[in-house]
Design a protein around this ligand. Structure first.
Ligand SMILES: [Zn+2]
Length: 161
């Protein structure tokens, strides 16, 4: 991820430049931060947007952001996030940095919906079984599992009803 300085500037520091060259920070991620910087300059409310982590998957760029940033990034009727996706050439999926399990799961499976959550106990470990609507999800199951683990340390299993 770009350092705080580079997120705010049009130039890249030496460390971030090296990360871009190595591919640790992709062109898509760079385009995202450039666009967010541009929005911060033009829309005062965007200065409150805080993106904590960025994960790139084949199907989408996942932004883990502060819960209060969610509505700013989504925009009215989802317009902002759609524009952002178009600008960087990849779907953007927003996830709040949260300790609220239901909030996290609900946003991860969008545009599907969570129908039921149950706890499975196996030898010394716990796993959440999350039943989701049949609607196609934007993120792949494997991606949803990884992010649930990264953000809240949850082990989940997704089941389609
Ligand atoms: Zn930097």
């Amino acid at each position: 991820m770009l350092c705080a300085f580079c997120q705010e500037s049009d130039l890249l520091c030496r460390a971030c430049q090296a990360s871009v060259e190595k591919g640790t920070i992709s062109r898509v991620q760079l385009a995202l931060f450039r666009e967010v910087t541009r929005l911060r300059k033009t829309l005062p409310r965007f200065r409150r947007v805080q993106i904590n982590r960025v994960f790139e998957y084949p199907e989408a760029l996942v932004l883990v952001c502060s819960p209060s940033s969610m509505h700013l990034l989504v925009g009215r009727g989802g317009k902002q996030v759609q524009e952002l996706s178009k600008k960087i050439g990849k779907p953007v999926h927003l996830v709040p940095e949260t300790n609220d399990r239901d909030q996290l799961l609900t946003t991860l499976v969008r545009p599907g919906t969570v129908e039921q959550v149950s706890m499975l106990y196996t030898k010394g470990s716990q796993q959440l079984r999350v039943r989701v609507s049949r609607k196609p999800l934007l993120l792949k199951s494997v991606t949803i599992k990884k992010i649930a683990k990264q953000v809240m340390g949850l082990d989940i299993e997704l089941v389609r009803s």
